[in-house]
Design a protein. Sequence first.
Length: 179
Amino acid sequence: MPTDPAPRSHFWPLIWVVSAWRTHLGLLAFLLALGLTWGGLWLDGRAFMGVQPARSEVRRVQVLSASAHSVVPVLQVEIEASHSPNCTRMSQNVLYRQERDSTVVYLLGLSITGDGLGTAWPSATEHGFLLNLPIPSAIPEGEYEYSYRSVYLCSWLGGFLQRRVSFDSPPVPVRVGPP
């Protein structure tokens, strides 16, 4: 009983690819398919960049002193952020300052927002919101800078394409404690 020394695959797409590769058009077909794939992904990426959120902007920052209703002072921040129905925004609010040769960072709050989290957004593309961030008593008095950092995680075409867009606001000077 003779046996075949080189068993062949019975998977028909592989047989077609191997037979096309053996012809003089095989390399040309491969390069054409590769170019169309890369070109299509590049065009998809360009189209996706047009629907992504552009930025977040810090409009106003002020320190509200402790009142009868609050024990600690509050940092009130007004932010204008882009909204896209296919993005989730994760953000952090920090106070920082330079001390000697290092930077001391105090995290004031984290947030995550997006359509998939049950928040009903109007159809506008820009949304303003007001954050009231308590300043812990462990933060020493002095001059600080406030920074708002956000990362947009966006999916498109049913999640086939995903992008991450990060944004850092310019630092805003803040005085903690009495003037």
